[in-house]
Design a binder for this molecule. Structure first.
Ligand code: SF4
Length: 329
C-alpha cells in the first residue's frame, strides 16, 4: 500500500534516468505538474488531436455500420412483405419463388450480422454484403411488380418504402467508408493500430493505481484482442533502442491500465518518431517498477537524491545540468 502521494509515470521516467534529475525537477512530489510538463509540448498536442480524431472516426464508423445494417434489414423485410402481398394472377409458383429468394437473402444478411458481432469479423465486409443482400431482395420484389404487371397498391407502397430504406442504407455506407478512410489515414500516419479508448489529453482523467502508488496519463490506450494496451510517444533524439527510463514509464502505464481496465496488458508500445517498439510487461519488470518506487520513497524520506551513474552522455543531455552540482560534464 502507498504511504504517500502517488508517483506519476513521468516522475518514474525522470528518476530512472537519474534520481538527481528527478529531485531537481519534480522531487517535491507534485506529480500533476511533472505529468503536465511531460505532456505539454506542441508535439503532444498535435498527437492528441490526431488520436482524438482517430477515436471519433472509429466511433462514427461503428455507429454508421450499425445504421447500415438496420436500414438494410428493414429494407429487406419490407421487400419481402411487399412480395408476399402481391397477387400474381394465379402465378403462385413465381410468387413463391421470389418470396423464397427474398427470405434466403434475409437469412444470409441476418447470419452476417451474427458473425460480425459474435466472431468480430471485419465490419466493413459484413456491411457491404448486408447491403448487397438488401439490394438483391428489393430488386427481386421490384422485378416481380414490373415484369408481371401485378397491381396491388399496398404491395407497391411496401416496395417503395423498401427502396427508400435502401437509399438510407447506402447513404450510411458512404458515411461509414468516409469515416473508415479517415481513421485508416490517421492510423497509418501515426502507426497506431486498434481501437483508441483513451487519449492522454485534458479531456481524459488521470489514471491511478489501486494501491495509490502510481498515477499518470499515457499518450493513448488501444484495445487489442479484447485487452487495453498503453502507448507512449517520445519526442527528441531517437535512440538506438528503447531507453530504460522510458521502459519504466511505460511499465507504470501498464500497471495503471491493469488497475483501470480490468485486465493485465502483456505489453505496451514506445514510439520514437514513427518507429514503434513493443515492450513486454511481465512479473520481472513489475518488480523493477516497484523497487524504483521504493527508492523514490527512500529519497523523499531522506530528503535527498544523488547521481547514480557515471555516464557523461546522460549529463550532457540532461535538462537539469545547469543547476546540478553533481554533473559529469
Ligand atoms: S546533470 Fe547528470 S548528475 Fe546532474 S541531474 Fe543531470 S544526469 Fe543527473
Amino acid at each position: 500500500m502507498s504511504t504517500g502521494p502517488p508517483f506519476s509515470a513521468g516522475e518514474l521516467e525522470k528518476f530512472s534516468y537519474c534520481p538527481l534529475s528527478w529531485w531537481l525537477g519534480s522531487g517535491s512530489g507534485d506529480s500533476s505538474s511533472s505529468e503536465k510538463t511531460a505532456k505539454g509540448t506542441v508535439q503532444h498536442k498535435s498527437l492528441s488531436s490526431d488520436l482524438l480524431d482517430l477515436s471519433a472516426n472509429q466511433e462514427s464508423a461503428v455507429m454508421y455500420s450499425r445504421m447500415i445494417m438496420y436500414y438494410a434489414l428493414i429494407s429487406t423485410i419490407l421487400a419481402i412483405l411487399g412480395v408476399s402481398l402481391l397477387d400474381f394472377n394465379g402465378k403462385q409458383m413465381i410468387s413463391r419463388l421470389f418470396l423464397l429468394l427474398a427470405v434466403i437473402w434475409l437469412v444470409i444478411a441476418g447470419s452476417l450480422l451474427y458473425l460480425a458481432y459474435m466472431r468480430r469479423l471485419r465490419i466493413r465486409l459484413v456491411e457491404k454484403w448486408t447491403v448487397y443482400m438488401a439490394v438483391a431482395a428489393v430488386t427481386s420484389a421490384c422485378i416481380a411488380i414490373t415484369t408481371l404487371q401485378v397491381n396491388t397498391s399496398f404491395a407497391q407502397i411496401m416496395e417503395t418504402a423498401s427502396l427508400l430504406w435502401l437509399v438510407g442504407a447506402s447513404v450510411y455506407l458512404h458515411m461509414n467508408i468516409t469515416a473508415e478512410n479517415s481513421a485508416e489515414a490517421i492510423s497509418g500516419a501515426r502507426n497506431v493500430e486498434g481501437k483508441v479508448v483513451y487519449v492522454g489529453d485534458d479531456s481524459h482523467p488521470v489514471l491511478y493505481s489501486r494501491d495509490g502508488m502510481f498515477s499518470g496519463k499515457p499518450d493513448f490506450i488501444v484495445e487489442e484482442g479484447g485487452r487495453a494496451v498503453p502507448g507512449e510517444f517520445k519526442s527528441g533524439r531517437i535512440p538506438a533502442g528503447p531507453l530504460f527510463s522510458h521502459i519504466m514509464q511505460l511499465s507504470a502505464y501498464c500497471k495503471l491500465v491493469e488497475d483501470n481496465y480490468g485486465a493485465r496488458p502483456e505489453y505496451g508500445y514506445i514510439y520514437y518518431g514513427n518507429s514503434k517498439h513493443t515492450i513486454d510487461y511481465d512479473d520481472e519488470i513489475e518488480k523493477l517498477l516497484l523497487s524504483k518506487a521504493d527508492e523514490m520513497r527512500k529519497c523523499l524520506k531522506a530528503n535527498e537524491a544523488h547521481r547514480n551513474h557515471r555516464r557523461p552522455g546522460k549529463c550532457a543531455n540532461c535538462s537539469r545540468r545547469e543547476i546540478c552540482t553533481e554533473r559529469l560534464v
